[in-house]
Design a protein around this ligand. Sequence first.
Ligand SMILES: [Zn+2]
Length: 114
Amino acid sequence: MEKVIDYEVTGIKCDAKGCGYRDRSFNFDVKQLDAHIDLKCPDCEAPLMTKEDIDSMKIMIGISDVMNAAGVDGIAKALNVPISELNGPLFNVEVDMDGSGKMDLKEPQQIKEG
Ligand SMILES: [Zn+2]
């Protein structure tokens, strides 16, 4: 079944003032998100992930998983719209977090024509 929302949980950065640590290639294990709470910055040893950020990630992943389980057909039925209305362009949205649990959604970038 075609995914409604595809996600990757990648990239980590240090939010400590003055520390510029960033690793864009870091891959989170989405099945064991809590294991990332104890990660320390390799440069300054500040915590890299907070429980608040991990809890927000779990919510976003949960919403994505529910939408994928429903599929495009299920969502069209739930919204009572023809499926053709849901076959639009594809967008990539980057989400930035700062340790507060708040998610900063960046400007969507279109990656495929509808
Ligand atoms: Zn740091």
